[in-house]
Design a protein around this ligand. Structure first.
Ligand SMILES: NC(=O)c1ccc[n+]([C@@H]2O[C@H](COP(=O)([O-])OP(=O)(O)OC[C@H]3O[C@@H](n4cnc5c(N)ncnc54)[C@H](O)[C@@H]3O)[C@@H](O)[C@H]2O)c1
Ligand SMILES: O=C(O)C(=O)C[C@]1(C(=O)O)C=C[C@@H](O)C=C1
Length: 365
């Protein structure tokens, strides 16, 4: 019986667990997480077979170990694994968003002869946690692999285990990885967060402020809702590269700022022309997998039990919720609840159930 240990049952860990289950129903999946609620949720839904509070307790039983916590924790765990007794032939991999620091941290483990393959699925979401996980999260996305000196047979085994993800495999070096992803993922997250913070300050004295935002602001800042702990760890491990790319981005902004200030129409038009040309070439297939989450924004009355009533009605209709978020509760008036579903059918069914019960849907994404 093959035992797969997944440490970190959040968005990525629980999505991989579900994809592994689809392809290999006979394997035993063991989940490790510091968050007891995530472990219970995963066990109750059959995402994992067993749970354990700490890596050291179960590492020795595993045939495959997948590290899916923030990068800082992955690095610490790799050091810990090097000091633990492991099964002969164990395969260790990770999903962290930076790879040079991870590959460095894996050296003592590799020196012991353990097969380690750095990994990074280039798909995800601004949603985090076990409830957001789904087996098809990675479909059509690129999945970077950094095998280093690990044998091809181990790479093939990992690809076979993860075949239900239906990803496109791409082998790179850790340096190549961090350069590409630093520009395409890390810099955009800094830019999005900076824009949200600057907008919040700029509109602080406007009565409706950010609530007036429409599609433009929302689409460029969606990723500012991502997990702060995860992003702090990413920037601590690809900081040098991101600092350089941030300077190049500031230079680009400075050039356009100058063109706006002096009313240089030709330069401004060229600025937008070049961006449009490049962006238009990214069809949906080149964009990799876009996270498909479906939101309903619901007015809920300010009374005890309103939230429970909504979740009860959805559960009675057997509609699975990915996430629930209270956006605002104002005393004596309605609050707004954001309900997230994994597919359009669940969203539509939930809207019917809730509207029939008298709830007002204020927006759907
Ligand atoms: N979110 C994305 O879009 C995305 C995409 C690709 C890769 N990644 C990488 O995948 C990893 C996981 O990201 P995620 O989005 O699944 O995050 P997440 O916040 O959804 O999940 C992380 C999980 O790790 C657990 N955890 C944190 N510290 C722990 C510790 N010390 N011991 C045990 N468990 C711990 C948390 O409780 C949580 O369940 C990160 O390294 C991230 O960089 C994220
Ligand atoms: O789609 C999103 O919300 C993401 O942020 C996913 C995203 C990214 O594209 O930057 C985030 C971090 C990962 O390491 C890989 C993918």
């Amino acid at each position: 019986m093959t035992t797969i240990l997944i440490k970190g049952l959040g968005l990525i860990g629980s999505s991989l667990a579900q994809a592994i289950r689809q392809a290999e129903p006979a394997v035993t999946v063991v989940g490790v997480d510091t968050d007891q609620a995530s472990l219970s949720y995963a066990e109750q839904r059959g995402i994992v077979d067993q749970t354990a509070p700490a890596l050291a307790e179960v590492a020795g039983q595993a045939d495959v170990i997948i590290l899916a916590t923030p990068v800082s924790v992955i690095c610490a765990d790799l050091a810990q694994l090097a000091a633990l007794p492991l099964k002969a032939g164990v395969l260790v991999t990770d999903v962290g968003s930076t790879k040079q620091a991870v590959m460095r941290a894996a050296k003592p483990l590799q020196s012991k002869g353990v097969a380690f393959i750095g990994g990074h699925p280039m798909a995800g979401s601004h949603k985090s946690g076990v409830t957001a996980g789904k087996p098809d999260l990675f479909e059509n996305a690129f999945y970077f692999l950094i095998p280093g000196l690990t044998a091809d047979s181990a790479v093939t085994s990992l690809q076979k285990l993860l075949r239900a993800t239906r990803v496109k495999w791409l082998t790179v070096t850790a340096t190549q990885h961090d350069r590409i992803v630093g520009q395409l993922s890390h810099l955009p997250h800094v830019v999005a967060a900076a824009l949200v913070n600057q907008t919040q300050a700029a509109l602080a004295d406007s009565p409706l402020g950010l609530r007036l935002a429409a599609g433009g602001f929302k689409s460029i800042t969606r990723i500012a809702s991502s997990d702060p702990t995860m992003w702090t760890a990413i920037l601590r491990t690809n900081g040098e590269l991101v600092t350089h790319r941030l300077q190049a981005y500031i230079d680009e902004l400075t050039r356009v700022k100058r063109a706006i200030a002096v009313g240089d129409t030709a330069n401004l038009k060229d600025f937008f022309d070049r961006a449009k040309l490049t962006r238009d070439q990214l069809g949906p297939e080149q964009l990799g997998s876009l996270p498909n989450f479906y939101d309903l924004f619901l007015n809920v009355p300010d009374r005890v039990g309103a939230l429970a009533d909504v979740t009860h009605r959805l559960a009675a209709a057997q509609i699975s919720l990915v996430n629930i978020h209270i956006l605002e509760i104002r005393e004596d008036i309605d609050g707004v609840l954001q309900l997230t579903f994994g597919n359009a059918a669940a969203q539509a069914q939930a809207a019917r159930v809730l509207e029939t019960a008298g709830y007002q849907i204020v927006r759907r994404n």
